[in-house]
Design a protein around this ligand. Structure first.
Ligand code: SAM
Length: 231
């Protein structure tokens, strides 16, 4: 399926809409392996926006969008692990008018994103297996994908394969996995190898105040937005 461009897929609604929101988040962060992760999002796609994101006041997409645009980000942009398209929504709300493509390995999450008509292209790809898209990008953004139970630092080099020289990259990395999974060492190594420059880290809150009443374990989660240029 790699590189397959989707039109506008129907949202897949076989998830349990009555499942508790905090249960979804906790389980999502404990996923082990690509198949488990893909299966999880197959069921979560239908309730992700109006359950998890709304109830937890999920702010990470807005932080990444603001960081990217504040640093002068320009299109065309690739949204990595785009999910239901919340980051593209925030970019549009902030006035970004350039082209945005989405990549995600969940057809169901891309299906929801496609209905919003925010993206020029929707590509179903496992980003840990390399990116062989036909397009290259002046901007690469990602929120919520580099976190526990999801994607590790190894995939960052794959993103550089579709980055134009000088492209601005803005990736959120959950604080819990920043050092534990070796994101710090990977970015340092990419800098040492001359593949990225100008690395800056911004610490942001993942959720707003409403999250405290719903999920005390994760309400205070922080992420680092790693901003850098591809060489
Ligand atoms: C927490 S969601 C974030 C979605 C969206 N960016 C947001 O902030 O709402 C993580 C997304 O990463 C996707 N994902 C996880 N592992 C992936 C992989 N190996 N390749 C591509 N997408 C992946 C999931 O399908 C899911 O849509």
């Amino acid at each position: 399926m790699q590189g397959l461009a989707y039109g506008f897929l129907a949202a897949h609604a076989d998830g349990d809409a009555g499942e508790a929101m905090d249960q979804n988040l906790k389980a999502a962060l404990e996923l082990s392996g690509a198949d488990a992760c893909r299966d999880y999002y197959r069921a979560w796609a239908a309730t992700y926006d109006n359950g998890f994101a709304r109830d937890m006041d999920y702010r990470l997409p807005a932080h990444v969008a603001a960081a990217f645009l504040g640093a002068g980000g320009a299109g065309p942009v690739l949204d990595v692990g785009a999910g239901t398209g919340l980051l593209a929504e925030r970019l549009r709300e902030m006035g970004f008018q350039g082209q945005i493509d989405a990549v995600d390995f969940s057809a169901e999450m891309l299906g929801v994103a496609g209905q919003k008509r925010l993206y020029a292209g929707l590509f179903q790809v496992d980003i840990t297996q390399g990116l062989t898209l036909a397009r290259v990008y002046r901007g690469i953004v990602s929120s919520g994908t580099f976190t526990a139970g999801h994607v590790g630092p190894e995939a960052i080099a794959n993103l550089l394969e579709v980055a134009l020289p000088g492209a601005l990259v803005a990736l959120s990395i959950n604080r819990r996995v920043w050092a534990a999974a070796g994101f710090d060492r990977t970015l340092q190594a990419l800098g040492d190898a001359g593949r990225i420059i100008d690395l800056r880290l911004l610490e942001v809150e993942v959720y707003g105040a409403a999250a405290a009443a719903l999920d005390a374990d994760h309400a205070g989660d922080k992420a680092l937005v790693a901003l850098f240029h591809a060489v």
